[in-house]
Each structure stands twice: as structure tokens, then as C-alpha cells.
Design a protein around this ligand. Structure first.
Ligand SMILES: [Zn+2]
Length: 481
């Protein structure tokens, strides 16, 4: 039987507010354990939460950026469960009336197809603390409550995703959006952007969903892809053997490359959600929403459209260029300094990203800045150096931070574009290769490539390739038919 995969994602993104959602404690990562705590986030009896206005602004921003309805009135709910990292024994979240609903995100797939993924809701909630087990030389467990009360947005998608590739493309686009908005650093390693995947399969063509398993706390794009692929295989095997998929929560073990059962899946009623009596319903007025709308930056999707329209770039180039605002800005600076924007895109997507990956660094820390790369490309456009020489100049720029023109001058790399200088060189090549010359004249025109190659070799790559081609055609004369 052929199966179809159905995936819905729940993403938690940690907000970059200075203080926590219901108290004034700092949200800075990496402070000594329990140093960023107070009676409110420690869950002491009798304390009252006070809502951080900035958290609401962040939620509205993301809601607007993902085409959601912003609910004028939303409610806080208590989600009750006991765990050592949750001293109140409930988490303040939103349940029945979230702040944002019914949005969508569009993500581009490898094939170039643009997939629209609908969002069920975006709501605000507080994070829990962190349990630390068996660290150091004892076997004790510890609780660090610095993270308790740090603001999160939970973004819940509809089960619109059909493969690991689609899930990854959606997550990457969503992370770009929160970064463009400046509301989260989207850092998956530090846990500030993490994902739970609901995965099920069903016979192709079926309208009803299969039983799903939820894989929790996936903290890298790679893990998301691998965990989904593993779940699909596991569930298909069960069904093929006539067994049922159990609804449960599973965890991904990256070392063993498999998911394993953590607990049977709890239903919403297990949490006994109820409105939080300590917090008033949240009312957002039109003016606030409009003020925030006016501050929204150009978002990745709009930037992509502009790059296609204004720079004439092919659509498959734009996805990577707009993935981060810094890379998009870098590209625009290079493109602004050269004749052909497409050449700028090729250099940024190819050579520059190659070097950044190799060095394990970001475009902000690039050893070659945008102005320096533009200056290099201009040397090609002006015919001073060949494209091939430019590649080696770029490598030297990375290593030495010298401007392209200095490297070209110091190493005598200026292109040979003078016909009178090239003719004797080509004559010598003919003299050295009489067999190839005779074969060419006898009709083996493919040997043109051989002569071009010889000319480039003899000149150390400095001959202007277009001129070499012209001269060769002229000097080799007509071919016998
Ligand atoms: Zn606190």
C-alpha cells in the first residue's frame, strides 16, 4: 500500500525581551543557576504576575508577518501539570483564545514550488526551568529556574506538510521571519527555536488522518528531517505488519538515529486548562496593531520578489540570499557596485558562502566585505582580469585581507587582452602542436578547446578567453568540409 505522510509542527521560539514575561527578572542566557529569579518566577504563594507589554508587541509582530488575524481580546490560561522545573505546577499559556489565528507561511521547495503552510494559531506562554541530571562527579539532579518565565511564542501549523523536506523548508522560513523581526535570535543549539513534530501516515487518497506520534524537542534542522523520515518508516512498517500506530510522545536519539517512546500522549483535558484568575483578558486596540504594522521590516518573501523584479535574478537564487537579512544586505551592496547583479549573486552564493562555510563563520564576520568583493568583480567586468584569475585573487583576499587591485598589481595578473601580444603566442602553440593543427584543419573542430586550453596554460590563465577564441578562429582559417 502506498502511504502519504502528514506532518504538523509546533514551534517554540524564545523572545529577546530584556525581562521575563510576568516579572522583571533578566532573560540573559548563561547566567549562574537561579541567579535570575524572584518570588514570581519561583512560584511562591501569594505573588501576582504582571504582563510584560513587549511580549505582546512581539506576538502581534509575528502575527502580522504571518498573515494572522490578531484577536482584539485574548485570554490567559493555566496549563496544569507537575514537574520539578515548574514550581507553580502550572504554566501560564493561552488556550481557548490565543492572540493570533489563521495565518500562513510560504516556503520554497527544492523543485521551486512555493508551498503555503497554514498556521492554526500563535500564542504567548512562559517557559519552564531546566532540570540538570548527573553533571559533574555526583549523581544528584538540580533545577535551574533562570529560564522559568522566559517568554515564548508557540506557533502551531495545520497538518499541511507532506515530507521532511517541506517541514525543513517551512522551519527555515519561519526562523528567517522571527530573525528579520528581531523578536528572537532563532538559535536552535541554545534552545531558543525548537520544534515538536506531529507525524502520521495514511493510505494515499484517504481523507482521514492516521494516528500520530509526537516527536518532541527537535533542536536542529537535520534532526527534524531525520526524525520525520524515521517515524514515517517506523509507522509504515507497523501498518504493513497489521499493527496499529500508538498515539504517544516520542524523543529523537541522534546517536542511535531513532525515535523512542517517552510517554503515552496526553490530551488537552489532561492538563485541565482553565482561565488564569490572576490575569485580566488581554485587550489589544487597533491603534497598537497599526503602530506595530508601520514598523514591520521588509520580510523575506517581499525581498525575494523585489530581487527578482529589480535585479532580474532567477527565483532559485533568491531563497538563499534572503535567508538572513545580513546576507541580503551584503548582496545588495555588492550588486550596487557592479554592472551585472547576476554576477554579484553568483559570487555571493558560490565563492563567498563557500568560504564562510569553510571558515565556519557568518557573513557579518566575512573576511572580504561587500565593497571589496564588488571591486574584484569590477576588475572582471572591466576586462582587467579573467574570471578564472579572479577566483584565485578572491582566495588571496580571504587569506590576506588585501584589496583585489593590490593583489593583481603585485602578482602581475593583469589580463592579456592585446591581440599583438597574443598572436605570437598562438603561432608558437601551432608550431608546437602540428598534429592537432592538421586534425583541426581536416575538420576536427572540437580541437578549438584544446588550443584555447593551451593559450590559457601558456599565459598562466591571463589571456582574455573571448579574444583568444576570436584570434584562433581567424588564424586557424576555414575548415575543410
Ligand atoms: Zn522573576
Amino acid at each position: 500500500m502506498e502511504f502519504e505522510t502528514v506532518i504538523g509542527l509546533e514551534v517554540h521560539t524564545q523572545l529577546m525581551t530584556q525581562s521575563k514575561i510576568f516579572c522583571g527578572c533578566s532573560t540573559t542566557f548563561g547566567a549562574p543557576p537561579n541567579s535570575h529569579t524572584c518570588p514570581v518566577c519561583l512560584g511562591m504563594p501569594g505573588v501576582l504576575p504582571v504582563l510584560n507589554r513587549e511580549v505582546v508587541s512581539c506576538a502581534i509582530k509575528l502575527g502580522l508577518a504571518t498573515h494572522c488575524t490578531i484577536n482584539r481580546s485574548s485570554r490567559w490560561a493555566r496549563k496544569n501539570y507537575f514537574y520539578p522545573d515548574l514550581p507553580k505546577a502550572y504554566q501560564i499559556s493561552q488556550y481557548e483564545a490565543p492572540i493570533c489565528e489563521h495565518g500562513y507561511v510560504e516556503a520554497e521547495l527544492e523543485s521551486g514550488e512555493v508551498k503555503r503552510i497554514r498556521l492554526t494559531r500563535i500564542h504567548m506562554e512562559e517557559d519552564a526551568g531546566k532540570n540538570i541530571h548527573g553533571e559533574g562527579d555526583d549523581d544528584h539532579s538540580y533545577v535551574d529556574l533562570n529560564r522559568a518565565g522566559v517568554p515564548l511564542l508557540e506557533i502551531v501549523s495545520e497538518p499541511d506538510l507532506r515530507s521532511a523536506e517541506e517541514a525543513t523548508a517551512y522551519l527555515k522560513r519561519l526562523r528567517s521571519i522571527v530573525r528579520y523581526l528581531g523578536i528572537s535570535d532563532g538559535n536552535m543549539e541554545e534552545g531558543s527555536f525548537r520544534c515538536d513534530a506531529n507525524v502520521s501516515i495514511r493510505p494515499r487518497g484517504s481523507a482521514t488522518f492516521g494516528t500520530r506520534a509526537e516527536v518532541k524537542n527537535l533542536n536542529s534542522f537535520r534532526h527534524v528531517g531525520h526524525a520525520i523520515d524515521y517515524e514515517v518508516r517506523r509507522q509504515a512498517r507497523l501498518l504493513a505488519q497489521g499493527q496499529a500506530v500508538v498515539q504517544e510522545t516520542r524523543l529523537w536519539n541522534p546517536t542511535e538515529a531513532k525515535t523512542f517512546s517517552m510517554r503515552s500522549k496526553e490530551e488537552a483535558h489532561d492538563y485541565r486548562y482553565f482561565p488564569d484568575p490572576d490575569l485580566l483578558p488581554l485587550v489589544v486596540d487597533e491603534g497598537w496593531i497599526e503602530r506595530i504594522r508601520a514598523t514591520l521590516p521588509e520580510l523575506p518573501a517581499e525581498k525575494e520578489q523585489r530581487f527578482v523584479r529589480d535585479y532580474g535574478l532567477p527565483a532559485q537564487d533568491t531563497g538563499v540570499l534572503v535567508a538572513s537579512q545580513a546576507l541580503a544586505d551584503y548582496f545588495e551592496q555588492v550588486a550596487g557596485g557592479v554592472k551585472e547583479a547576476k554576477t554579484a549573486a553568483n559570487w555571493v552564493l558560490g565563492d563567498l558562502l563557500g568560504v564562510l562555510n569553510k571558515l565556519g563563520t557568518s557573513v557579518e564576520e566575512s573576511p572580504v566585505d561587500a565593497a571589496a568583493l564588488a571591486a574584484l568583480i569590477r576588475l572582471i567586468e572591466e576586462g582587467t582580469i579573467s574570471g578564472k584569475i579572479a577566483k584565485s585573487v578572491f582566495e588571496k583576499m580571504v587569506a590576506t585581507h588585501q584589496p583585489a587591485a593590490e593583489i593583481v598589481a603585485a602578482e602581475g595578473l593583469v589580463q592579456v587582452a592585446d591581440p599583438e601580444q597574443l598572436r605570437p603566442i598562438l603561432q608558437q602553440i601551432f608550431a608546437d602542436n602540428p598534429t592537432q593543427l592538421a586534425d583541426y584543419r581536416a575538420g576536427k573542430t572540437k580541437l578549438m578547446g584544446f588550443f584555447v586550453g593551451q593559450a590559457m596554460r601558456v599565459t598562466g590563465g591571463k589571456a582574455n578567453p573571448a579574444l583568444v577564441n576570436d584570434l584562433l578562429r581567424e588564424m586557424l582559417g576555414p575548415v575543410e568540409e
